[in-house]
Ligand binder design. Structure first.
Ligand code: ATP
Length: 284
């Protein structure tokens, strides 16, 4: 079938594997975990739960990790696809692929369909004004996707979680009520969050007393979670290169790592995100 390649998995990511992001975690618990674990209570008060959630924010700051964590904590099957893949991977079969994706998600419900780089589905659509082939495929895939999303029924156990670095490039049709109507900003890590991320990535690394995680956190302003993971890997490798029998990592190894791993500069100004953070902006 067209969707042979979409794997269904149950991720093994716990909440404590994601540093900080307390607000987003709580929102995801309420939006995804509660409909599973507290369905009766929600029904009693007539609470509406979202069928679609959009995680937006700069690259490397845990959108994917959070999506995997909520699936894992709620015991949901996880089907993951990247927006642009829906064109390239299934040329000529893109709409079928979308239908198959949702069919599979319903079969293995309760489940999450995670669409990463969801803005990548829309770039193609806007090209359609040129009448190109990609454009019309984009148009059709998008409308198929929206149709599938409109067909989801509350509490039937399929939730769509989409992620993007470019909410401004997202087709506004996605944000209509009943579609991606819960918008969650995933910000770059603040100092406390960076310290937590260091702690997580050094859980299995012996560090000596010269290493201060709070100092490392304060020196990594502007670094993403992905950058911090890279620093930790680099520091451990540096220690090993120095002494293959090294039993712990020291501050000088982190110094070296810091001199190599630079803060990745997002090309997207933070101001892009502000518009989507406005409370009044929330669709639905
Ligand atoms: P992109 O937009 O580029 O897809 P993303 O926001 O989805 O990025 P992730 O893929 O979740 O980012 O993060 C990349 C890696 O960075 C993770 O696999 C993890 O190792 C590390 N990381 C990022 N944020 C955190 C965090 N809060 N806690 C622990 N690790 C983190």
């Amino acid at each position: 079938s067209a969707m042979r390649e979409v794997q269904v998995e149950v991720p093994q990511v716990r909440w404590e594997d994601v540093g900080g992001q307390v607000t987003v975690k709580q929102a995801l618990k309420e939006a995804v975990q509660w409909p599973q674990s507290r369905a009766d209570e929600l029904k009693k008060v007539g609470a509406k739960t979202p069928l679609g959630i959009l995680l937006f924010g700069p690259p490397g700051c845990s959108k994917t990790l959070l999506a995997r964590a909520v699936a894992s904590e709620a015991g949901l099957n996880f089907l993951s696809i990247k927006g642009p893949e829906l064109y390239s991977k299934y040329v000529g079969e893109s709409e079928k692929a979308v239908r198959a994706l949702f069919r599979k998600a319903r079969q293995v419900a309760p489940s999450i369909i995670f669409i990463d780089e969801v803005d990548g589905m829309v770039a193609s659509r806007s090209q359609s004004s040129g009448g190109g082939d990609i454009g019309s495929v984009g148009e059709r895939v998008l409308s198929q996707l929206l149709m599938e999303m409109d067909g989801l029924v509350p509490l039937n156990g399929v939730v769509v979680v989409a992620a993007t670095n470019r909410p401004d490039r997202l087709d506004s049709a996605f944000l209509r009520p009943g579609r991606l109507d819960r918008l969650l900003y995933v910000p770059p890590p603040d100092t406390a969050t960076r310290e937590a991320i260091f702690e997580i990535h050094l859980r299995n690394t012996e560090t000596d007393s010269s290493v201060s995680l709070s100092l490392l956190a304060s020196r990594t302003e502007g670094y993403t979670g992905a950058d911090i993971a890279a620093i930790c890997r680099e520091a451990a490798m540096t220690a090993l290169k120095e002494d293959i029998n090294a039993s712990s990592v020291s501050s000088r190894h982190f110094e070296h790592a810091l001199s190599i791993v630079r803060a990745s500069q997002s090309s997207v100004p933070i101001s892009i995100y502000e518009k989507f953070m406005r409370p009044g902006f929330q669709a639905g």
